[in-house]
Design a protein around this ligand. Structure first.
Ligand SMILES: [Zn+2]
Ligand SMILES: [Zn+2]
Length: 434
């Protein structure tokens, strides 16, 4: 069975949560499983609710009669399973109802991952405890000692609460036992989006429309326009002259806004030989340069990327592997070598938050964090709705254990500029503002 994209699964689970919240009998509702862990793809959807026993069947009835429910697989007061149908796909959704003193244990149990829970139960066993979806119990007396909150479940076995995105049994249990879990980056830490397309190339909205929308709906301090370069003919990529015209428009709009809100950037193509699609002279005038590969997807592209990172004006590599989930595998690339070069040159790697990309993957984010290589979380927005993908990127960053300091776009703009100038200085470029 094909897995769903996280974004699509989130829309379904949030819709169902909203529908069920309308019932006053539903005291609490939350989605567990891989959605809660923010995995890039999702199998089934697991939703947990709290209600009194006497109200459970009424809630299940309401759930099973949602118009999108195509088939009811199981209907009971504890668990009801349905096939939920949208325009794009069909998926199984399970709703389980618990009591208030069980929901923490239930959330912990149904959030997984399986490996995380197996390891957790081993530790419980060593402490003569038993954990299931209803609570934590002493093995000898059967006494229940936790279950109302997830915190209480972890605390019962001597651990700090572990963020769901970390629950993959990749060392988080050991850190939780030592009370040394990192403080992960959060959506509210993000100060701007640094990979955005407008009608200058293949975006659907003008720079002014984008600026108005972001100023109205987001608490960002900046956005960086990164339209395509000339090799991207289908996307109407810009040559040097056109890019200079776009820069002029950005200046005018900032003036109109009375705010230096829109930053000048590009998503410049990395050509086959690793050179860039725009001249250094023009790149030097920009605030932020994303360099990406959009061609020759079957060859090993490590050489092109390493060479592009040598350029003093390249600040981030966009969607590093080029994968499109369920459509196209990423091209071969030696990510260890890329991370090493990123560290040497002071180049950031992008966490591209497009639902189909979610590129780079969590294990590589973790490696960047360990190596001190900076990351930038970007939506690669082509329309206004795409800006909401930022939460997917933040979820992915958290799966890679990234903290606020690892992410460039949690910085205020003058500190982003410092990052840019450090590289320009190191690699022999002209400094910003020179
Ligand atoms: Zn791109
Ligand atoms: Zn792009």
């Amino acid at each position: 069975k094909r897995r769903m994209l996280l974004w699509d699964a989130l829309q379904i689970s949030r819709y169902i949560e909203d529908q069920l919240r309308k019932l006053k009998e539903v005291k609490f509702i939350e989605t567990a499983g891989s959605i809660r862990r923010r995995k890039a793809t999702v199998g089934d959807i697991d939703i947990l609710a709290v209600a009194d026993e006497k109200d459970a069947l009424k809630i299940m009835e309401h759930f099973a009669s949602l118009p999108e429910v195509k088939e009811v697989l199981v209907k009971g007061a504890k668990k009801t399973s349905v096939i939920f149908k949208t325009e794009k796909q069909e998926t199984q959704v399970d709703l389980r109802i618990f009591r208030e003193n069980e929901i923490g244990a239930a959330l912990q149990y149904f959030t997984g991952s399986k490996q995380h829970n197996v390891h957790l139960r081993e530790i419980a066993k060593e402490n003569k405890l038993k954990i299931n979806e209803y609570g934590v119990y002493k093995v000898d007396t059967g006494e229940k000692i936790a279950g109302e909150t997830e915190e209480s479940v972890y605390k019962a076995v001597g651990m700090d609460w572990i963020p769901p995105e970390m629950r993959e049994d990749r060392g988080e249990i050991e850190l939780a036992l030592e009370h040394k879990l990192p403080k992960l980056v959060e959506l509210k830490d993000i100060k701007g989006d640094m990979h955005v397309h407008s009608t200058w190339t293949d975006g659907l909205f003008s720079i002014k429309e984008i600026a108005d929308f972001i100023l109205k709906n987001y608490k960002y301090e900046y956005i960086v326009m990164t339209d395509h370069s000339k090799s991207q003919r289908v996307a109407h990529g810009l040559d040097e002259e056109k890019l200079l015209q776009e820069i002029e428009e950005i200046k005018q709009i900032n003036k109109m806004l009375g705010l230096n809100f829109i930053k000048k950037g590009t998503e410049v193509d990395i050509l086959l030989d690793g050179s860039l699609d725009l001249s250094d002279e023009v790149l030097a005038k920009l605030d932020w340069v994303v360099a990406s590969i959009h061609s020759h997807f079957s060859r090993d592209n490590t050489d092109r990327i390493l060479k592009a990172m040598e350029n003093p004006y390249v600040n981030a590599i966009g969607h590093l592997t080029g994968r499109l989930i369920g459509i196209r595998e990423g091209y071969p690339v030696d990510i260890d070598a890329v991370i090493k070069k990123a560290k040497e040159t002071g180049t950031a790697l992008e966490i591209n938050a497009q639902p189909l990309r979610m590129d780079i993957d969590d294990i590589w984010i973790r490696k960047c964090v360990e190596e001190g290589v900076k990351l930038v979380i970007s939506t690669d927005a082509h329309n206004l709705g795409n800006f909401a993908y930022m939460e997917l990127g933040v979820g992915l960053a958290r799966r890679g254990w990234a903290t606020k300091k690892d992410i460039i776009n949690t910085r205020k703009w003058e500190d982003v500029q410092k990052f840019v100038n450090e590289k320009r200085k190191k690699m022999g470029g002209v400094l910003v503002g020179d």
